[in-house]
Design a protein around this ligand. Structure first.
Ligand code: MN
Length: 258
């Protein structure tokens, strides 16, 4: 089995190197990853600058681009014919709406777009965080791998050291749906030494609603959350109700049903 690994924390990140060494026990591992931290770059693509690539180890390449660039370059150039793309292990959760910002998830999405199955691996961080636990789960998931439907991927979140221990002696997982993860709105406006205003955006986590069955709920119970994701963001219910809108001056042509 040929695996392409990438991440958004950079090619030297612990999560990635621990994942690579653990998966090397069962598969042929290729790493194509950003040369520096690229967290929260989502699906950004480098189209107006060259991508510089440096081979930094056996089957390891460092790229001056984003996680999505790395998945693309990996699949089309350095690891052609990969059976599976695994992105991570991210240093921090990607729960609920985080997936819209996450470079980790975007690299896995890029693989799914290109018809290659993918896993995004993320883990809660803090003192004593042990990426080996997450890497072992990933190894087991790959060991029992079955084909996914087209245009789908898995997003895995492994509880970090701040969560309670799992309810059973054995590490356990749950199949979940996306929850909501809310951050406080925050714009910090400051003045630089030359008198110009600059900004920092993004607030800390706010209390999330955590209905059972969501990824957020599972990790806070000490369970690994496995969330299946699809590339189709179409909202089925709105497909039915939007035609009742009045849009003056434009006629609505009904679309053919499936
Ligand atoms: Mn990251």
């Amino acid at each position: 089995m040929k695996l392409l690994l990438t991440n958004d924390d950079g090619v030297r990140a612990d999560g990635l190197s621990i994942l690579a060494s653990t998966l090397s026990e069962i598969a042929e591992v290729y790493v194509v990853a950003p040369d520096r931290e690229r967290s929260a770059t989502s699906h950004s693509f480098t189209l107006f600058d060259p991508l510089r690539v440096e081979k930094v180890g056996t089957r390891v390449w460092s790229v001056s681009g984003t996680p999505a660039d790395c998945a693309y370059l990996g699949l089309l150039e350095f690891c052609k014919g990969a059976d599976l793309v695994i992105s991570g292990i991210n240093h921090g959760y990607n729960l609920g709406g985080d997936i819209f910002y996450s470079g980790t998830v975007a690299a896995a999405v890029e693989a799914a777009v290109r018809g290659v199955p993918a896993i995004a691996m993320s883990m809660g961080v803090g003192r004593g965080a042990d990426f080996h636990r997450a890497a072992r789960f990933c190894r087991s998931l790959v060991t029992g791998w079955r084909p996914l439907p087209p245009r789908t991927l898995l997003s895995v979140n492994v509880p970090g050291p701040k969560e309670p221990p799992p309810p059973s002696d054995q590490p356990a997982y749950q199949i979940t749906r996306l929850g909501e993860r809310m951050y406080r709105d925050h714009v910090d406006s400051r003045t630089d030494p030359r008198g110009n205003t600059y900004y920092w955006i993004g607030g800390p986590l706010a209390t999330a609603s955590e209905p059972p069955g969501t990824d957020v709920h599972a990790v806070h119970q000490g369970l690994i959350a496995v969330t299946p994701l699809g590339l189709d963001l179409t909202h089925r219910e709105l497909l039915g109700t939007l035609p009742s809108w009045d849009v003056p001056g434009f006629s609505l042509i009904p679309s053919a049903s499936e």
